[in-house]
Ligand binder design. Structure first.
Ligand code: Z5A
Length: 208
């Protein structure tokens, strides 16, 4: 028995957290056994790695270290949480996954895709999400929403141009992998965003 693997992606302030709660409840109401998790993190070791990655004090972290830490956390997450959950038929909702690496470390930091692809193949061994929801909106508007937060982490301290590259990389992946990606317009009011997501989930529920 195999579950479904759903990942949620997007740049700063697009409302991932707000919409993930909706997705979880919608799938629970549909009778699915749901597991909610996140990256970087999702395991005890992964959460410790997350702390290193997000700590605004770690200004000396180079891009390759950042990339390798993302995949170190992911290897643990797949082994300990994601693969076992899928194997017993759970629907795994993951707040960010490898598309975030292509967007942030690839688009944002400028690491070549080919290097990321080597680690992806090594760590995932062919496993890909069944569905990736990309919440998309203009970067400046997203940053304005996110700007209400008090203490920005190491990523949130980046400038507009960084997040523009992140968004472009996400949209390029959505185009390239259009079988599993669905792009959601995240700019309107929450109820309108939820309506788009509901249609996408209904289609997945129907086909499974
Ligand atoms: N990262 C990476 O570089 N490489 C990787 O491989 C992975 C991750 C896996 C942590 O991720 C960082 O890790 C992330 C990328 C990097 N850094 N950044 N940036 P995270 O997912 O934990 O962090 P986040 O991006 O800050 O996510 P978040 O906390 O879920 O924020 P959000 O998407 O912006 O969601 P939100 O908190 O729900 O919404 C923001 C605000 O907007 C909030 O006040 C809401 O009430 C409001 N909101 C939401 N929707 C609406 C609508 N529709 N209208 C009006 N207002 C709204």
């Amino acid at each position: 028995m195999t579950g479904k693997f759903i990942t949620i992606e997007g740049s700063e302030g697009v409302g991932k957290s707000s919409n993930i709660a909706f997705i979880e409840n919608y799938l629970l109401d549909a009778g699915k056994d749901v597991l909610l998790t996140r990256e970087p993190g999702g395991t005890e070791l992964g959460e410790a790695i997350r702390d290193l990655l997000l700590d605004a004090k770690n200004t000396a972290m180079c891009s390759d270290t950042e990339l390798l830490l993302m995949f170190a956390a992911r290897a643990q997450h797949l082994e300990e949480v994601i693969r076992p959950a899928l194997a017993v038929g759970k629907w795994v909702i993951c707040d960010r996954f490898t598309d975030a690496t292509y967007a942030y470390q690839g688009g944002g930091r400028g690491i070549p895709e080919s290097r990321i692809a080597i680690l992806e193949e090594w760590v995932q061994d062919g496993l890909q999400p069944d569905l990736t929801l990309l919440l998309d909106m203009p970067v400046a508007a997203g940053l304005e929403r996110a700007g209400q937060r008090s203490a920005p982490d190491r990523f949130e301290q980046e400038k507009l141009a960084f997040f523009e590259r992140v968004r472009e990389a996400y949209l390029a992946r959505a185009k390239k992998y259009d079988q599993r990606f669905r792009v959601v317009d995240a700019e309107p009011a929450l109820a309108t965003v939820e309506a788009q997501i509901r249609d996408i989930l209904d289609a997945l529920l129907k086909s499974s």
